[in-house]
Ligand binder design. Structure first.
Ligand SMILES: C[S@@+](CC[C@H](N)C(=O)[O-])C[C@H]1O[C@@H](n2cnc3c(N)ncnc32)[C@H](O)[C@@H]1O
Length: 280
């Protein structure tokens, strides 16, 4: 059952969130705005972040010189890895002009567009793979996001997504205290369950090949790293303190999620899951 975040999490609100917090994301998260994964527990934050990209690339089974679309590309970190290390021809889409400007300034071959994935205007049937790391939950129309992926892919092309999900049957307290505020503060119009995505993918013309719940890889550890970096920043930078915690910042409530999200991930109320599907 999906959780409703907020009626105001439309595209301009999501774009405004990432544009307004551009400096915060770059300084605290770096070029990858997604969770890390720890299989030994000894990985550095950079290695843990990289582990997610490697799993996505493996699940995408990229052919040589693959044409890849990075949906919700953020600062283009994944796009650059796929281009530089897998020889892919990559186009990334983000709603945030600040993210695209920074991504373009890094050079390399990927192209970055400030445009909604829901209105991407790519040609039909040319992509080998579509990847979407922690971006689809921001989108108001999930079926349209999936049908766009099906439209731009070649037959047999692959769609690999990683996203935030609600557990299949959260109780009232989990919904009220964890999932609804996480969706609201994170600008997620709806937080779906894995089975809802699997059904939508089927309807869009995909065959789901692999569903991997990342809970055993301790993604909640990411939030400890973010909280420590943020605390350091707030302790040493008065301007950052005024900006992030000041009443004029509509996104300051997101700071509360720093406690909620890891708790929800640890208990399995919130799930971070990769789904790999083939376009039939
Ligand atoms: C949490 S960030 C993830 C960024 C990137 N995938 C990464 O892993 O670093 C979410 C991204 O989704 C993008 N996004 C959200 N809704 C979108 C839409 N409708 N069209 C294109 N991008 C969208 C945001 O602009 C942002 O870049």
């Amino acid at each position: 059952m999906s959780i409703s975040g907020t009626a105001t999490a439309d595209e301009s609100t999501v774009a405004g969130h990432y544009d307004a917090l551009d400096r915060f994301y770059r300084e605290i998260w770096g070029e990858h705005v997604h969770h890390g994964l720890w299989s030994t527990g000894r990985e550095s934050p950079a290695q843990a972040t990289r582990a997610m990209i490697d799993l996505v690339a493996e699940a995408a089974r990229l052919p040589p010189q693959a044409r890849v679309i990075d949906v919700g590309c953020g600062y283009g970190g994944t796009s650059r890895v796929l281009a530089a290390e897998h020889g892919c021809d990559v186009t990334g889409f983000t709603l945030s002009a600040a993210q695209a400007a920074w991504a373009r300034a890094q050079g390399g071959t990927p192209r970055f567009e400030v445009r909604s994935w829901l209105e991407n205007e790519l040609p039909d049937g040319e992509a080998d793979a579509v990847v979407a790391i922690e971006s689809l939950s921001h989108m108001v129309d999930k079926p349209l996001a999936f049908s766009q992926a099906a439209r731009v892919l070649k037959a047999g092309g692959r769609f690999v997504l990683v996203d935030w999900f609600a557990s299949e049957a959260p109780n009232a307290a989990e919904r009220r205290l964890l999932l609804a505020p996480i969706a609201r503060e994170g600008r997620l119009p709806t937080l779906c369950s894995v089975s809802e995505y699997e059904r939508m993918l089927g309807r869009a013309g995909f065959r789901v090949e692999r569903t991997q719940d990342f809970r055993p890889l301790a993604p909640h550890r990411t939030w400890g790293i973010v909280a420590r970096r943020l605390a350091r920043r707030l302790a040493t930078d008065a301007q950052a303190r005024r900006f992030l915690l000041g009443p004029e910042n509509p996104d300051r409530a997101f700071a509360l999620s720093l406690a909620r999200i890891p708790l929800a991930l640890r208990t399995g109320t919130l799930r971070l899951v990769m789904i790999a599907a083939e376009r039939s």
